[in-house]
Design a protein around this ligand. Structure first.
Ligand SMILES: [Zn+2]
Ligand SMILES: [Zn+2]
Length: 298
């Protein structure tokens, strides 16, 4: 997981990815890359360390029944001031970062290069010279485009006084997005970071089109791009939420139940209601099918 900055809308789903991946068979620790900041307490390592402390009940209770290694998170914190510095290089994939300008030091943009193709992701940022310089060779460029100031006030109920700063300095306006893409000239430009709904999308689109006439998409969930040397193809993925996870090529390490004792007291256990009579046939059949020996009485 690569974190551009530590706003909730950019890493708030870590809990589901971390714990869900653990129970669904991740084979080792979750690995996170993210920037440091001016002070330690604004950095990615601090955030993840305290995230795990906040989820202490979750982590410790799962460790009683699951292999412990995939419940760890390994953080690689890199210098947010690195200008197009390599932060990851494995199997022909190179990821670089450069600074973004977004409210506090410690926000970055990323470029991913593989097989002669380059993908760039801005994270959240106001227009900046680093992006123009380092995104220029990219095939696919995803950059934020914010709401128009009028939308921010009329649809979002925000104070008009602060709106121009938020929509043009802390973030990138549609017109500024258009200017950036006119300069970078990617094979395909993608605007993200707006609610892409009927009420919002046209104002954003028209603002971009005042300035930029190249290939453009306004991102929405499940939009997929296939990038080859010949071109960029856009499709919508069809997905169901009613599906189990699919086993990966490697097996997760076996859990060692009992390695960490369940943290449950006799006082709580005394409240158990014995319903084993109604389960006996179902449990017996299961144990026979998988050749499981009855547990020792405790
Ligand atoms: Zn942000
Ligand atoms: Zn954001």
């Amino acid at each position: 997981m690569f974190i551009s900055h530590l706003h909730t809308d950019h890493w708030g789903d870590l809990a589901a990815l971390w714990a869900g991946g653990w129970t669904a068979g991740r084979t080792g620790p979750l690995r996170v890359w993210g920037p440091n900041a001016q002070t330690e307490d604004f950095g990615t390592a601090f955030a993840v360390e305290h995230f795990l402390l906040a989820y202490n009940w979750d982590k410790k209770s799962r460790e009683a029944t699951l292999a412990n290694a995939p419940g760890q998170i390994e953080v690689t914190e890199f210098d947010y001031r690195g200008e197009n510095e390599v932060v990851y290089q494995v199997n022909g994939v190179t990821i670089r970062s450069w600074p973004a300008i977004h409210i506090a030091d410690g926000a970055v943009s990323f470029a991913l290069e593989w097989n002669g193709l380059t993908f760039v992701f801005s994270g959240d940022t106001g227009p900046n010279k680093w992006f123009i310089k380092h995104a220029k060779v990219a095939d696919l460029v995803v950059h934020e485009s914010f709401f128009t100031p009028t939308q921010f006030v009329e649809l979002y109920g925000r104070d008009p006084g602060a709106t121009v700063n938020v929509t043009t300095v802390l973030h990138t306006s549609p017109q500024a997005f258009g200017k950036i893409m006119s300069e970078v000239r990617p094979r395909h430009a993608i605007a993200y970071h707006v609610f892409n709904d009927e009420e919002t999308r046209y104002g954003v689109y028209e603002g971009i089109r005042e300035v930029y006439d190249g290939p453009l998409s306004l991102a929405t969930d499940l939009m997929v791009w296939t990038v080859t040397r010949d071109g960029v193809t856009e499709r919508m993925a069809v997905a169901t939420e009613e599906a189990w996870s699919v086993p990966g090529p490697r097996k997760p390490p076996a859990g060692k139940p009992g390695q960490v004792p369940p943290q449950i007291t006799d006082w709580i256990n005394a409240g158990k209601w014995d319903v084993r009579d109604v389960e006996a046939e179902m449990v017996g059949g299961f144990m026979k099918k998988y050749d499981i020996k009855p547990p020792k009485k405790n």
